[in-house]
Each structure stands twice: as C-alpha cells, then as structure tokens.
Ligand binder design. Sequence first.
Ligand SMILES: C[S@@+](CC[C@H](N)C(=O)[O-])C[C@H]1O[C@@H](n2cnc3c(N)ncnc32)[C@H](O)[C@@H]1O
Length: 266
Amino acid sequence: MEAPQRTRPREDWFDDDYIGFWLTREEERAAERHQQFVKIRAVIPKHQHDAFRYLNLGAGPGNLDEVLLDYYPHAEAVLLDGSMAMLAEARKRLERHEGRVEFVQANLDSPDWVGAVQGPFDAVVSSIAIHNLRDPRRIRALYAEIFPLVGHGGVFYNLEYVRLARPGLAPLVNKAATDPEAGFHAGHGGGGSPGTADEQLGWIHEAGFAVADCLWKEFNVALLAGIRDHIHLGDDAHEAHGEHAEHGHHEEHGHHEEHAGHGEHH
Ligand SMILES: C[S@@+](CC[C@H](N)C(=O)[O-])C[C@H]1O[C@@H](n2cnc3c(N)ncnc32)[C@H](O)[C@@H]1O
C-alpha cells in the first residue's frame, strides 16, 4: 500500500501540527525571508550601537529577532505570539541573547494583549502576522492599540501581505517570479489579505501616526511604516568617539523617561 502523502493541515496558528508544517516549509524560504528581515533592520531609526527596546507582534520562531539582535548588540526585544509552540522555537533560536529577550503569549484577536506588555517601545515591528486576524475592523483597531505603545521618535513597521489594488494584476505576480534574476518572490506566498497597501496606510495614519508610508513593496508584500512623530537619528556616538556607545545609551534612556508619560490611549 502506498504511504499517504502528507497533506497541508488547515491554517490554524493555535494548532501545533500546522505550526510544525509551517516551520518546515519556512526553512526552504530562509534566503528570501532573510532579505525581508534585513529591510526592517535597515530602517530601524537607531545606530548600530544604540540601546533601544522593541516589540515584535506575532514574532513566531524569532527569525526576524535573530537578525535584529545579532546586528544591534544593545537592543532589547519583547516577542509576543499567540502560540506557545512558536515561542518555544523562538526561545531556542535566541538562546544566545538571553537576558535581552522577553517572551509574551497573548492573542491579538482581543485588545487585552496590550495589558501583557509594557511600553513605550522605540519600535513595534511585525512580519507576516497581522493579516491572520482577517477582519479589517480588528486590524484597524489593533493599529490604534499599537500607537500609544510607541514612544516619541518611535516607529511601527509592518511587513505584511497586502491585497492587490487591482485583482487584474494577479497573473503578473506568478509570472514575475519565474524570472529569478529579477528577484521577485511575491508569487511564493500570500495568504489572503484584509486590505490594500493604501487602505492599511489609511488605518495606520488614522491610529495617530504622523506619517504613514510604504517603504518597500512587491506586488502583494509591503513594508508599511507608521512614524509616530519624527525620526531623530542623532550622532552615532560609536562612530563619533571611536569607542563603545555608552554615551548613546544614556541619552536614549533619558529620552524614554522624558516621554514615558505621553503614551496616551485612544
Ligand atoms: C506566518 S507566521 C510569521 C512569523 C514571523 N513573524 C515571521 O515573519 O516569520 C504568523 C505568526 O502570527 C502568529 N499569530 C497568528 N494569529 C495570532 C493571534 N491571533 N495572536 C497572536 N499571534 C498570532 C502565529 O502564531 C505565527 O507565529
């Protein structure tokens, strides 16, 4: 008798079978995903040796966090996910960064998740996770819940599936991915998305972010950005003084304290 083919389990992020299936498939896309993660790394408004704190929503196995924590040696991360199995994977992956990482299990389906984390954060990031909430009204509300957690000078970056503005473009997505030299990957993934890039940017702006823009986009994958108020990159103390960035460290903490009370809720 022939062995039964392993069928794709139904997408359910609270089902460990589906998580196991997703993690295996993800390894095959590691190079492509890495390219997306480094895009987020590149636009973090901090110099490499600055101290800062960020929150990753739907962090999954911590692959984005590995890229961020390896590069920014003084960054501290809070990884939030609904799945204990994913958080266990992330804990393994980030073992060498122990002491800089906090793991939080919470469900983004309800606004209660906000009580599980302590802001403000210099950055709130998310990668291919928020579309899982499916309901555009919930995603819109989530963006409004994120805003007060972002400190002054902070950012929200959501690398996410977006719906094509014109369904007629769909055949081009797969066609483009057949020309490897062009580097299009969008045809490889793309769960249904609850909003176009423009719609999502509208929700981010409406949440309170002074600037909402798309920093990168490839058909149905986009890096959506919400800038809370301003970007303040300042001097790179490490570069300027040719020494360890203790200076930048203190400035950043001072900045936090100064603005800690400003996280007004909507
Ligand atoms: C496609 S994976 C992406 C993981 C990771 N951010 C990445 O880019 O590789 C989606 C993640 O969102 C999490 N997730 C899905 N629905 C969620 C919910 N309602 N609350 C919290 N996390 C959720 C899943 O457990 C999973 O880790």
